[in-house]
Design a protein around this ligand. Structure first.
Ligand SMILES: Nc1ncnc2c1ncn2[C@@H]1O[C@H](COP(=O)(O)OP(=O)(O)O)[C@@H](O)[C@H]1O
Ligand SMILES: O=P(O)(O)O[C@H]1O[C@H](CO)[C@@H](O[C@H]2O[C@H](CO)[C@@H](O)[C@H](O)[C@H]2O)[C@H](O)[C@H]1O
Length: 467
């Protein structure tokens, strides 16, 4: 019988010496996937994970503690896979160490150990792969790891291409090591698994996952990694749209196809996972108002738009209350993507594939996974087409609006509208509110990560409020 490797969990910092933890304190804040500004943040060992039959690989699950961060079960937990190799001498030559993932060397009374980042190390990939997929990668030099490589770029997690992994449709896999560990089933596991089970081919086929076992029970505490089929000859949707924008080439056809895929995604999600509760206007708009207040507190440049946002949200609240009263209730919420943008879509010879169901990384987990309005994803794509026009430097003043209208038309045609759907005028007003909500999120995201691009969502806030 083909087995997966057992995953063992130990409380605290088992297998990790104080020297290794100190090394991590210095190294972690410089990582792209580190989820918060590092000022005053400490790393508290929560659990340590090892894999049966795999030596040297230790995964530290560290709770982030500090000003403004939640504590206890609510804390933000990061996953830090490490390869700890006992060695005779400290490594002197550090040339090329970043590529090799060397974090450092520590010496204790019991000897010297080199510490490598497991995210870029084949020994750790072997451990995850053999835990995710029955029978795969039984040896560290297995065929499945041939030519494996971590993908470069600005990622919230660490993804590894496995060209040698066989699967039903051909060859190749993608292992995604989740850097932020949230208690409960992870949406990037649950949603692709449900969509694959439903036979929908708009996501890379789900192949397996690495659960974090609960030492006190049978249900996994969380998920550590997810494995999916590699999409071949795929182009990142944002790069594709920017390239079209740069040539002023119409993106309408691709955008319409994408709209139809997003519509099918919503129908399949509702059928596979079931609808959620009915939209409750006060609660829903309360969340939007709180998020806006947080954005205004974070970014001073947003101040001139405070009154406009309040007025728009007041108008939506009033309309939802009136419509709900007249209809005896409003549309039901449902599972959605939650952070949909062109960079979460791959264009392949087989059409568009949607990726990354984690929700907006800067939001609390409960909020990210809550049932929502599908219009949230529509707003995300409209915003992304606007980014593509700006970043790709379209000179045609209609490039963005053409692509957005084509996306909306593709979405409308692909939609299987539920009986309780919002009427057109209310849906349009709600789409404006969700577009503003997304643009405010983006202003904060750009303020923190890419200030040179902050003008793109800032202009959008102004434009939508003026409309
Ligand atoms: N199954 C796949 N096949 C091919 N490429 C993929 C696959 N999954 C992800 N990618 C590539 O990896 C990138 C990062 O994946 P994603 O799931 O969005 O990770 P993150 O959460 O770190 O942003 C994507 O933008 C895409 O280019
Ligand atoms: O991909 P992530 O889940 O890490 O999402 C975060 O980063 C995105 C940028 O990489 C950011 O997206 C914003 O910029 C995109 C262009 O780079 C644009 O297409 C999106 O529309 C825009 O929101 C995303 O918001 C953030 O959560």
């Amino acid at each position: 019988m083909k087995l997966t490797r057992p995953v063992h969990v130990t409380p605290g910092a088992a297998h990790l010496t104080p020297e290794v933890l100190r090394l991590l304190d210095t190294w972690l804040p410089g990582q792209r996937w580190y989820p918060v500004p590092a000022d005053g943040v400490t790393h508290e060992p929560w659990l340590t994970v090892t894999f049966g039959g795999v030596a040297d690989v230790v995964v530290a699950l560290l709770r982030l503690a500090g000003p403004g961060l939640a504590a206890g079960d609510e804390s933000l937990v990061i996953q830090v896979p490490l390869v700890l190799t006992p060695t005779a001498e400290p490594e002197q030559d550090t040339a090329g160490t970043e590529a090799a993932g060397l974090i450092g060397t520590v010496t204790t009374a019991s000897g010297t150990v080199t510490v490598h980042d497991g995210g870029v190390h084949p020994a750790a990939w072997h451990a995850y792969l053999s835990a995710a997929l029955p029978g795969a990668c039984q040896e560290a030099d297995c065929a499945e790891l041939r030519d494996a490589r971590r993908i470069a770029g600005e990622q919230s997690n660490t993804s590894v291409v496995l060209p040698g992994l066989p699967h039903t449709a051909g060859q190749g896999g993608m292992l995604k090591i989740l850097r932020t560990v949230a208690l409960g089933p992870h949406p990037d596991v649950v949603i692709p698994e449900a969509l694959t089970r439903a036979g929908w081919d708009g996501v890379p086929r789900f192949l397996g996952a690495v659960p974090l076992p609960d030492p006190a029970g049978d249900t996994p505490l969380a998920h550590l990694a997810v494995l999916s089929e590699l999409v071949h000859d795929a182009t990142d949707g944002f790069e594709l749209a920017c390239a079209h924008a740069g040539r002023d080439e119409d993106f309408g056809e691709r955008a319409a196809e994408l709209g139809a895929v997003v519509a099918h995604l919503h129908t399949t999600l509702r059928d596979a996972l079931g609808p959620g509760p009915a939209l409750e206007p006060a609660g829903f708009m309360g969340v939007l108002r709180r998020r806006a207040a947080e954005a205004f507190a974070d970014v001073p440049d947003l101040a001139p738009h405070r009154a406009g946002v309040t007025a728009l949200y007041d108008a939506v609240s009033a309309r939802l209350a009136a419509v709900g009263e007249a209809a005896g209730g409003l549309v039901r919420l449902q599972p959605v993507h939650g952070d949909l943008h062109l960079g979460q879509a791959l264009y392949s010879p087989d059409g568009w594939k949607v990726l990354d169901f984690e929700g907006e990384p800067q939001r609390p987990v409960a909020e990210r996974t809550a049932p929502d309005l599908p219009l949230r994803d529509v707003a995300g794509m409209l915003r992304s087409l606007d980014y593509a026009g700006a970043v790709g430097r379209a000179t045609d003043p209609h490039w963005v609006s053409h692509a957005q209208l084509a996306f909306l038309e593709g979405y409308r045609q692909g939609s299987d509208t539920p009986d309780d759907a919002l009427d057109v005028a209310t849906a349009e007003l709600m789409l404006r509110a969700l577009t503003v909500d997304k643009a405010l999120y983006e202003v904060v995201y750009e303020f923190r990560h890419r200030p040179a691009w902050m003008h793109i969502p800032l202009a959008a806030v102004e434009r939508v409020l003026r409309a």
